[in-house]
Design a protein around this ligand. Structure first.
Ligand code: IPE
Ligand code: IPE
Ligand code: MG
Length: 237
């Protein structure tokens, strides 16, 4: 059997804070280390031939963290895109954002909007950042949108099926993830892609995100293949 690479891989990048603390650093220093790992994982994903990489960067629940940490997390995309955008253009990488962009601080909102705008015609790896993201809120907003359009007679409710409903999610136009990886050792989904990952393989890695490597990504990706192969072998007998 020829191994196929999952088309869409999603990562819950957990464990930055603990990584910092364990080294006698601040949680924010852990987030900086995480952002450097993220760069390596984007490179590795392009090399492996993954088509879409979704990265959970900030949940709506994360606003409840200490102000300094939230401010730092909001400053990271500004620094990140300022530095990386020319390279993303050169490498044909397209940036998507899933989440409530409107309610980000202006500097962060401007940086992510610019990144999406500048890369919109690129045709290579799609890097989809889940930023100010809540899966429940995404689903609820989609329902409100559907109801509004039905009331305004733009949508015939009898035609509403899964494929139509998906067009109201942030991830419209993207296929569902085949594999969801969570680093950091917790076995939770933390309000991430609840609709989209209903058929995905889940992989929980007991390594803090800054220590996650290209080899670990490769292993998770190929483990999905070998499990598929095992299922197929069982079926074939
Ligand atoms: C995940 O790492 C990154 C974000 C939530 C932004 P954490 O900050 O949750 O790190 P831990 O889980 O506390 O170690
Ligand atoms: C999940 O990690 C969110 C992100 C990686 C952005 P959290 O650390 O915020 O999730 P919980 O608190 O463990 O559920
Ligand atoms: Mg965490």
């Amino acid at each position: 059997m020829t191994s196929t690479i999952p088309k869409h891989v999603a990562i819950i990048m957990d464990g930055n804070g603990r990584w910092g603390k364990r080294r006698g650093l601040t949680r924010s220093e852990g987030h900086y280390a995480g952002s450097q790992t993220m760069e390596k994982i984007i490179d590795a994903s392009a090399e492996l031939g993954i088509e879409i990489l979704t990265l959970y960067a900030f949940s709506t629940e994360n606003w409840g963290r200490p102000k300094d940490e939230v401010n730092y997390l909001m400053s990271l995309p500004i620094k990140f895109f300022k530095q990386k955008l020319p390279e993303f253009m050169k490498r044909n990488i397209k940036i998507y954002i899933s989440g409530d962009i409107e309610n980000l601080p202006k500097g962060t909102r401007d940086a992510v909007t610019k990144a999406m705008e500048e890369t919109k015609d690129n045709t290579g790896l799609i890097v989809n950042f889940a930023l100010n993201y809540s899966s429940r809120r995404e689903i609820l907003q989609a329902i409100c949108h559907v109801i509004r359009e039905a009331e305004e007679k733009q949508l015939d409710i009898d035609c509403l099926d899964e494929a139509v409903f998906e067009q109201y999610l942030y991830t419209k136009n993207l296929p569902d993830p085949d594999l969801v990886i969570r680093t950091g050792g917790e076995k939770r989904v933390s309000n991430f892609l609840l609709w989209q990952s209903s058929m995905a393989e889940l992989c929980f890695v007991d390594v803090l995100f800054p220590d996650f490597t290209k080899e670990m990504l490769k292993k998770a990706v190929f483990d999905v293949n070998s499990q598929e192969e095992m299922k197929l072998n069982e079926y074939v007998g």
